[in-house]
Design a protein around this ligand. Structure first.
Ligand code: FAD
Length: 454
């Protein structure tokens, strides 16, 4: 066997890349290929923040391959056609790629398999590249997937992971396979994190050295920024979930245990989406909600998106999202709860807004976390409602996070910043900050009435 194509998708790295390893083992030359898939653009999934991160990843991957004597081949267009063309140009007889979970990714894989087979080329799809544990490998008795995290996690923790692979030393790419320049894009969030495997590995090493030990105690501290921020790197695969888990476990300590548990949530959502692809848009467990929509709650939705609901911690988190293309997990929980439960707006509207901006925006994690918060997903307490004031006082006790993101409130000291409506009338009048959009008790009553109908 002489030439293989390696199709990079959500695995934009050279370390711990089983498809690349397998291709290099079996072939003299390899075509490392990335296709900017037009269908992903058409579906509205290619948004500026993720495109900017992707562009960093592709440039870094190209640089890494060049250091090893190769280069990245970049194409744009219809993915199946571009892979077939690249395979034909290179005279390849095999294509290697990673398995993925979304309904679109699975359909695409099948179409690719058939088109390649028609040309006499074999497609090899590798598991446990974009997840630590392959979706579908762990199942409870009587079902094809776990619907509750705790038992899933018990099984997940006992599963032996494959060893992480090193990066190849040399990659020989055949001549005569044309490439576009790696693209360059600008995100819309000024504080967007840089992408790429070099940056992902640097962040992982720094996290294991300086951050992980305090994770269990500090991960919910909104102002402390004490989480790994590895989510976009896991989403684009610039770090490998398998390697992250191995290295975190080797670091040891309670922080490592709590952190690895969060990485398992990522696999949990992937195994669920793989089994129930429609859960990206349809309620996983309907509660017969008659949600408010863009038509019936337009102004509320707009205020939520813009971070001017009058609830400072909600507004702070929504502004962090816009500024960084990322939001703290606690912020995601309480802004989502505010939209779906206090304002009683359809979770799909919130999920869509997050996907417009999040650099780690991910169908499995985003849609299923939104469903979790909406109580239509896997939360075993589907009717719980997070009170943004109580949450703010617990997770931002000094008001530091709110003052960082809501400058209109910067001169209010301490936890008083969480309830500006309680300030003396005169002082309040000087603030350029809205009154609460809704009384929390009113939102709660509406939500309870709605769920009682269920
Ligand atoms: P850390 O706390 O350092 O966790 C390490 C890794 O574990 C994360 O990078 C992530 O891959 C995984 N992880 C952590 N929490 C969760 C979780 N609740 N569910 C699944 N995986 C998790 N995460 C995304 O990657 N993409 C999304 O689009 C996304 N949308 C979300 C929407 C809502 C409404 C909510 C409540 C959560 C969402 N999350 C999403 C999960 C979580 O908020 C982020 O993964 C986390 O905040 C990323 O920051 P970090 O890398 O510092 O996380």
């Amino acid at each position: 066997m002489n030439v293989s194509v390696v199709l990079f998708t959500s695995d934009l790295r050279l370390h711990d890349h089983p498809p690349l390893h397998a291709a290099l083992d079996g072939a003299r030359e390899v075509v490392p290929l990335f296709v900017r898939d037009r269908a992903v653009d058409a579906a509205g999934f290619a948004v500026p923040n993720r495109l900017a991160f992707l562009a960093d990843c592709l440039r870094d991957l190209d640089a890494g391959l060049r250091e090893r004597g190769g280069r990245l081949v970049v194409r744009s267009g219809e993915l199946v056609r571009e892979v077939c063309r690249a395979a034909a140009e290179a005279g390849a007889d095999e294509v290697h790629m990673s398995a993925d979970v979304s309904a679109y990714a699975k359909r695409r894989e099948e179409r690719l398999r058939r088109a390649l087979e028609a040309e006499g080329v074999r497609l090899h799809v590798h598991d446990a590249v974009t997840t630590a544990v392959t979706p579908g490998v762990l199942t409870p008795s009587g079902s094809d997937h776990f619907a509750v995290f705790t038992p899933y996690y018990r099984h997940w923790s006992q599963k032996r992971l494959r060893d992480a692979l090193g990066a190849p030393r040399t990659v020989r790419v055949p001549d005569g396979v044309g490439s576009e320049e790696p693209p360059s894009y600008k995100g819309i969030s000024a504080g967007l994190a840089p992408g790429g495997e070099t940056e992902g590995r640097r962040r992982l090493t720094a996290w294991l050295r300086h951050g992980i030990a305090a994770y269990e105690d500090r991960h919910d501290d909104l102002a402390g920024d004490a989480t790994s921020r590895l989510s976009p790197h896991l989403h684009f695969g610039t770090v490998s979930a398998v390697e992250v888990v191995h290295r975190a476990r080797a670091a040891g300590g309670p922080g490592a245990g709590a952190f690895v548990r969060q990485v398992a949530w990522r696999d949990f959502h992937r195994q669920l989406l793989a089994a129930r692809p429609d859960a990206s848009t349809a309620d996983y467990r309907t509660r017969h909600d008659r949600w408010r929509t863009e038509r019936t709650a337009r102004e509320d939705i707009e205020a939520w998106r813009e971070g001017r609901t009058g609830y400072p911690v909600v507004d702070a988190a929504m502004r962090q999202l816009r500024h960084e293309g990322w939001m703290h997990n606690r912020g995601r929980l309480l802004t989502a709860s505010f939209l779906v439960k206090t304002l009683y707006v359809d979770w799909r509207i919130g999920a869509r807004h997050f996907l417009q901006l999040l650099v780690d925006g991910d169908v499995a994690n985003n849609q299923l976390n939104w469903q979790w918060v909406a109580g239509t997903g896997t939360d075993t307490r589907p009717n719980r409602v997070l009170n943004p004031v109580i949450q703010a006082k617990r997770y931002d006790p000094h008001g530091t996070y709110v003052r960082r993101w809501v400058p209109e409130l910067a001169r209010i000291e301490g936890a008083a910043v969480h309830e500006p409506w309680k300030l003396p009338e005169l002082e309040r009048a000087t603030l350029d900050y809205p009154d609460p959009l809704i009384e929390l008790a009113e939102g709660l009553a509406r939500f309870r009435r709605a769920r009682e109908r269920d």
